[in-house]
Design a protein around this ligand. Structure first.
Ligand code: UDP
Length: 236
């Protein structure tokens, strides 16, 4: 039996790059969709928020010298591109996916309407939330927290490259250990990086637990959904 009925999965844009320097790596996105398909087969309702860092970030790279809000809108559009790629890959894998955007681009994707999103989830469709929160100066981590709370997800699953939250950077410090679980307050006190501050505060206020895990570890998403010891649970 899965431990959760409805999850909000946050994928970073960079997760789609694979070993490429930019954009979307085909084999990587296909593999990721396979992992997601496996949990939908368990009967779990899956909503996804995808980032855009593999294409454009408001605060980095090509945005230097740009107006921040304009750059952030470009970043949000990048998440729409990733969402379309993800939905297309899901369709090909036999999943039914619906993209809902926080910014209206109606010829491309339907707008985010909460009751409709809930209906899709009840119908077993994967809902992909595009364009972050729809507001500049926010991140897709915050969009994950926001949508997760709105749709009544039981948990936000934050997929990263590292398989959890560590006492120190495991790439730099070999003695670093992974936390199986940690409270929001403890994580904050120890200054551990879980999500950005806005997303973190929203999850804590809404008592919405977050699980940090590696999407690159085969079967990890399934183990997380089954409630097995995988990644780090951040709880109230
Ligand atoms: N963004 C934004 N508002 C949001 C979500 C995202 O302005 O609610 C912009 C912001 O410029 C950000 C970019 O979209 O840098 C891509 O999102 P993010 O950096 O969260 O992607 P990830 O790091 O997960 O790939």
């Amino acid at each position: 039996m899965p431990a959760h009925k409805r999850i909000l999965l946050k994928l970073s844009g960079e997760a789609l790059m694979g070993d490429d320097a930019f954009g979307i790596n085909r084999a990587t996105i296909v593999r990721m969709v396979e992992e997601i398909a496996e949990v939908t087969r368990l009967g779990v309702q899956v909503a996804v928020v995808i980032g855009g860092g593999n294409i454009f970030r408001g605060v980095a790279g090509g945005s230097v010298g740009m107006d921040r809000a304009t750059a952030d809108y470009m970043g949000m559009l990048a998440t729409v591109m990733n969402s379309l790629a993800l939905a297309d890959t899901m369709d090909k894998a036999g999943l039914v996916a619906r993209v809902m955007s926080a910014i209206s681009i109606e010829q491309v994707v339907e707008p985010y309407v909460r009751p409709k999103a809930l209906q899709y989830l009840e119908e077993g469709k994967v809902v992909i939330f595009a364009a972050g929160t729809g507001n500049p100066f926010f991140t897709t981590d915050t969009a994950a927290a926001l949508r997760g709370a709105e749709i009544g997800a039981e948990i936000v699953l934050k997929a990263t490259k590292v398989d959890g939250v560590y006492s120190a950077d495991p790439n730099k410090d070999p003695s670093a250990t992974r936390y199986t679980s940690i409270s929001f307050d403890e994580a904050m006190g120890k200054n551990l990086q879980v999500m950005d501050a806005t997303a973190f505060a929203l999850c804590r206020d809404q008592k919405l637990p977050v699980k940090v895990f590696s999407i690159f570890k085969h079967g990890a998403l399934r183990r997380v959904v089954m409630g097995e010891d995988e990644g780090t649970l951040v709880h109230v």
